[in-house]
Design a protein around this ligand. Sequence first.
Ligand code: ZN
Length: 80
Amino acid sequence: MLHRSAQVSEKLSEMIAMSQSGQSEKRSFLGVMFECCKVYVRVYIDPSGEAYNGRCPRCSKTVRFVVGEGGSGSRTWRVS
Ligand SMILES: [Zn+2]
C-alpha cells in the first residue's frame, strides 16, 4: 500500500496555529497535484491539526502530509 509522508515548515505550523486561534471556520490547506490523474485538489488539515490527509478524486489514491518542524515550506505538492 502506497503511503507518502512529508513535513511542512515551522513557519507553516505557526500559520496553522494563527488560523486556528483566529478564524475557526477557515481551515488551512495545501495544494496537491495528483500526477496519477492530472488533478489538482486542495487538501485540508486534519481536525487534530497534525496532518493533511488528501485523496485523489479519480483513483482514490491517498496521501498524508505530517505537520512538523524542519520540513519543506512548500505549500504545493506533487504526488506521482
Ligand atoms: Zn489518481
